[in-house]
Design a protein around this ligand. Structure first.
Ligand SMILES: Nc1ncnc2c1ncn2[C@@H]1O[C@H](COP(=O)(O)OP(=O)(O)O)[C@@H](O)[C@H]1O
Ligand SMILES: O=C(O)[C@@H](O)C(=O)COP(=O)(O)O
Length: 425
């Protein structure tokens, strides 16, 4: 099999988002979880493969090593171009990992310059004059300033990236992008000549990103979020070739939420307001040794099998701060991951066949617990939120991995609503 594009995503929902973008561009796309090995198989006939790592908040050395191993794996499967997918909010620690990983991928590919653009217009992320906006606000004034792991308190991409690389960082402004792909190519060549390694491009719309994708066709390494992934996909000669995927399997439906993002909290509120059963799992009780999984399963077993259920650890910024003060950030996160991962396994054993997971770290914990290594990407319910098709020892599973901030407020209700024609197993 020869891949056209290989993508390395720094978290699991970011991988889903990028995979959805390649598929939207018409490429048959696989999503692989974790660093692949020689025995990792891709579904037949894929044009693009996205490998989702958990490297966003990992120590720099680990993030670099995992990304390089994945780059080698993708290149042996034919991928001449590597796309590094990070968060559209440039979610990173002060040390990285976006800068160090990009530099390592460039070195390994023997390339000197790369194009970077985290814009993702369908989700309200745009780049103008090098500053990242989230809808109407600069990044540093958006809810991302309260992120549980990586609070983002600066909006200047050149400043954020310069802190993570010893190489020069430059910009390609909107006027150049609007002038077309030739001008962007000239800017890339000029950057290469002048020793500028990272060129951050402005982009406000998908059309801007299509121009960037066209201009970046020959670059061995390109970086950004799902918007530029779609731009690259559309510039690929195979664009438009993928057919429709099967519908998700029928069966019981559940949401597991560990994201504390503003949008996820809204989606939880909508689910509750729709009169659907929801249960909050108590992280402090789990830390104190209570069998919170057992309690949640006892609750689940008496719910109406015909309606979706929601189990969530998600908390408001104030509640989250209180738990983190008491347990520490890492221990609190470890309890949440253990609870939701453990629950996912038990729910699938009990017949859940459509599972929606909210949160990047949370999705990593759930797929790891389920032992899911690769999925085929299907239709999107909302931008960047596709159904994927997985197999587990208990049977086929439709899995939706949702980034915390993604999806319309009614996503949980809409994506899992059981129609009369659908009988629960
Ligand atoms: N009640 C809680 N107390 C403490 N930490 C929590 C709680 N609920 C969720 N978390 C943590 O918040 C983080 C959310 O991150 P993630 O799942 O990546 O969501 P997002 O996609 O919104 O960033 C996880 O590390 C999770 O463990
Ligand atoms: O690019 C994006 O915004 C997403 O694909 C993404 O990576 C979001 O990260 P999480 O909010 O941690 O899921």
């Amino acid at each position: 099999m020869t891949l056209r594009i290989g993508c390395i995503a720094d978290d699991f929902t970011g991988g889903t988002d990028a995979a959805a973008a390649f598929r939207r561009a018409g490429l048959r796309t696989a999503l692989v979880f974790g660093v692949p090995g020689s025995d990792t198989a891709l579904p037949a006939g894929c044009d693009a493969a996205v490998v989702a790592l958990k490297s966003r908040s990992a120590p720099v050395r680990e993030a670099v090593a995992d990304s390089l191993a994945t780059q080698r794996w993708l290149r042996t499967r034919g991928a001449a171009q590597i796309y590094l997918k990070y968060c559209s909010t440039f979610d990173s620690t002060p040390e990285g990992n976006i800068g160090p990983v990009t530099d390592a991928l460039l070195d390994a590919a023997g390339a000197r310059t790369t194009l970077a653009c985290p814009a993702s217009p369908p989700n309200g992320r745009t780049v103008y004059k090098g500053h990242l906006f989230v809808h109407d606000e600069p990044l540093s004034e958006s809810p991302l300033r309260h992120h549980p792991l990586n609070p983002m308190t600066d909006s200047s991409l050149p400043r954020l990236l310069s802190a993570q690389t010893r190489h020069r960082v430059g910009r390609i402004d909107l006027a150049t992008v609007r002038g077309g792909a030739d001008g962007v190519r000239d800017a890339l060549r000029a950057g290469e000549r002048d020793g500028v390694r990272h060129l951050i491009a402005d982009a406000l719309t998908d059309d801007d990103l299509a121009v960037l994708g066209e201009a970046a066709r020959g670059l061995p390494v390109v970086t950004g979020a799902a918007g530029l992934a779609e731009g690259l996909g559309r510039a690929c000669p195979l664009a438009g070739a993928a057919g429709p995927e099967d519908l998700p399997p029928r069966g019981r439906a559940a949401v597991l939420a560990g994201s504390c993002s503003a949008r996820t909290l809204e989606q939880i509120a909508r689910f509750y307001a729709a009169g659907l059963p929801s249960l909050h799992v108590d992280v402090l009780a789990a830390a104190a040794g209570r069998d919170v999984i057992g309690d949640a399963l006892a609750w689940y077993d008496v719910q109406d099998p015909g309606v979706p259920v929601l189990v969530y650890a998600s908390a408001s910024p104030e509640e989250l701060a209180a738990v983190q003060r008491q347990l520490g950030v890492a221990e609190a996160a470890a309890h949440v991951e253990e609870l939701l991962g453990g629950l996912a396994v038990r729910l699938v054993e009990r017949g859940v066949r459509r599972l929606l997971v909210a949160g990047g770290e949370t999705s990593g914990a759930v797929t790891t617990a389920l032992g899911v290594r690769a999925v085929l990407v299907g239709d999107e319910a909302d931008p960047g939120v596709p159904w994927t098709h997985a197999s587990t020892p208990a049977g086929g599973l439709a899995l939706m991995l949702k980034s915390g901030n993604f999806g319309a407020p009614d996503l949980f209700v809409r994506a899992l609503r059981t129609t009369e024609a659908e009988e629960p197993v």
